[in-house]
Design a protein around this ligand. Structure first.
Ligand SMILES: *[C@@H]1O[C@H](CO)[C@@H](O)[C@H](O)[C@H]1NC(C)=O
Ligand SMILES: *[C@@H]1O[C@H](CO)[C@@H](O)[C@H](O)[C@H]1NC(C)=O
Length: 505
């Protein structure tokens, strides 16, 4: 359970980080006058939501950078939508507040910000799957506020709905009743935050439509075969069809915002994700595109998804994976349990297929993101990186290790306190106080459960590992260490310290 939650934080984090650059560009203007976004907490949430036929709620945390980027856009959207008929209400809940934590867990909030579309006084809850800048939010929410599926009565209706950058699902029926139509409506209600739906009686209104007759579903997509027809109206089968048909063979990641929904979808799959990054401006990029297409075709249905990304749009991803621009063309694979595999500096597209085969056969060693090992490390609190973590954990000492993020305010407050603790234990060779930047180093997923920053773990010299959840004062931490440090493992009894430090093998 715990490790599942952690992975999903990572996933939403990476999806968000991918778009950081596009967000910060836009969030400039700030108007203070009136707040259009409603502030809710557990005392009035149920009442306000209960009265609303449609309300959008953002669950955020004050320390979360992506929430800060979203805030001005969200406010701008709320202002624009307040004059929509009927008005669309945007609200926010500080999920970090103690009194709102139960609410956040009720709504299954695992990362920040998370936005929920709540309908029918709270009976129908869906995930927000739209853009994160004001205009995009407005456009998406306008369509979410209307009916789940729009009737297409004319060529204009069809033109308004069917857009060549999105997935559009149109049901063609002989009449708007009967089981097939009902099932279509059920699916449209359920998946409306993912796709745009329409329904019509007239096949001639559909692009490339003329010769079909209903009931039939036609899915329009801006890639691959451009449209697919489907005639099975079982609810589950239909959902599965939409899920599969709406994913491009190779997802393209560049600066074009109309690709972003597909990128988000890509990062939400449970498949292993194969990502090829190249410079789209270089003349070699076409041959790489066609190579990765061939690979995607070859491994279709084998539990892997493919993406090709333009280096220029990918700073967020590069930072997240600890990659450098001079490594492109490169492939990085991320599995669902967060293992990574890297092939940097690919010299020729022909080298991709053999490497993928090696990976599929289980013959590629995982890649671990690590900061360089520091050349000097003589401050009281020792700096640990991914490449030195194992040595630390196997050192047979009593270790207190802080996982921090460079942007985290609570971590900055804790820093001088940890310094003092480290100075206090300076003359005890069996105690190590250390810290690791958890955003710049990969952690062994099955050992540490780091859901927020700072997180501290203690490993005693006899190998007992536990999360530190005591107070964050110097006195608290020192007392904890004094009580928990393993004295039995000292000097004269070295051999019993820790399995992995035994010398006899
Ligand atoms: C809900 O309650 C909080 C705190 O009590 C308050 O700040 C907020 O304005 C209230 N929201 C509404 C919509 O009444
Ligand atoms: C509608 O969906 C239900 C549930 O999946 C299924 O039992 C029924 O056969 C479907 N109707 C049609 C016409 O496909």
């Amino acid at each position: 359970m715990a490790s599942k939650a952690r992975v999903s934080i990572c996933l939403s984090f990476i999806v968000l980080s991918l778009f950081v650059s596009s967000l910060t560009l836009i969030s400039a203007s700030e108007e203070e006058a009136k707040e259009f976004v409603l502030t809710l907490d557990s005392t009035n949430f149920t009442e306000v939501v209960g009265k609303s036929s449609f309300i959008v709620v953002e669950f955020y945390a004050p320390w979360c950078g992506h929430c800060k980027n979203l805030a001005p856009e969200y406010e701008k959207a709320a202002a624009l939508l307040s004059s929509h008929d009927p008005p669309v209400i945007l609200a926010k809940v500080d999920a970090n507040e103690e009194i709102n934590k139960e609410l956040a867990s009720e709504y299954d909030i695992k990362g920040f910000p998370t936005l929920k579309l709540i309908r029918d006084g709270g009976k129908d809850v869906q995930e927000y799957k739209g853009p994160r800048e004001a205009e995009g939010i407005v456009e998406y929410l306008k369509s979410q506020a209307g009916p789940a599926s729009a009737e297409i009565k004319s060529v204009e209706d069809a033109g308004n709905l069917i857009d060549d950058k999105k997935i559009i699902v149109v049901g063609l029926f002989p009449e708007f009743s009967g089981e097939a139509y009902e099932n279509f409506s059920t699916v449209a209600k359920k998946l409306r935050s993912d796709y745009d739906f329409g329904h019509t009686l007239d096949a001639k209104l559909l692009p490339r439509g003329s010769a079909v007759s209903g009931p039939i579903i036609r899915l329009f997509k801006p890639f691959d075969e451009l449209f697919v027809d489907f005639e099975d109206f079982h609810v589950d089968t239909l959902e599965k069809f939409l899920e599969e048909a709406s994913v491009p063979l190779v997802t393209v990641f560049n600066k074009d915002p109309s690709n972003h929904p597909f990128v988000i979808k890509f990062f939400n799959t449970l498949n292993a994700k194969v990502m090829l990054f190249v410079n789209f401006d270089s003349d070699i990029s076409d041959s790489y595109k066609s190579t990765i297409h061939d690979a995607a075709q070859q491994y279709k249905g084998k539990g892997v998804s493919f993406l090709i990304g333009d280096v220029e749009a990918s700073q967020g991803a590069f930072q997240y994976f600890g990659l450098k621009e001079d490594m492109v063309p490169l492939i990085i694979i991320q599995t669902n349990d967060n293992q990574k595999y890297l092939k940097p500096n690919i010299e020729h597209p022909d080298h991709i297929a053999p490497w993928l085969k090696e990976y599929m056969d289980g013959n590629v060693k995982p890649y671990k993101k690590s900061e360089p090992i520091p050349e000097v490390n003589n401050e009281p609190v020792k700096i640990i990186v991914a490449d030195t973590l194992e040595d630390l954990l196997n050192s047979g000492k009593n270790v207190l290790l802080e996982f921090y993020a460079p942007w985290c305010g609570h971590c900055k407050n804790l820093a001088p306190i940890l310094d003092e603790v480290a100075v206090f234990f300076q003359n005890d060779p069996d105690v190590v106080i250390a810290k690791i930047d958890a955003t710049a180093n990969d952690l062994p997923a099955d050992t540490f459960d780091v859901k927020g920053y700072p997180t501290m773990y203690f490993k005693s010299s006899s190998g007992e590992l536990k999360q530190y959840d005591g107070g964050r004062t110097k006195e608290d931490i020192i007392e904890f260490l004094q009580q928990n440090q393993d004295k039995s493992a000292q000097k004269e009894e070295k051999p019993t310290k820790d399995e992995s430090t035994k010398d006899e093998l």
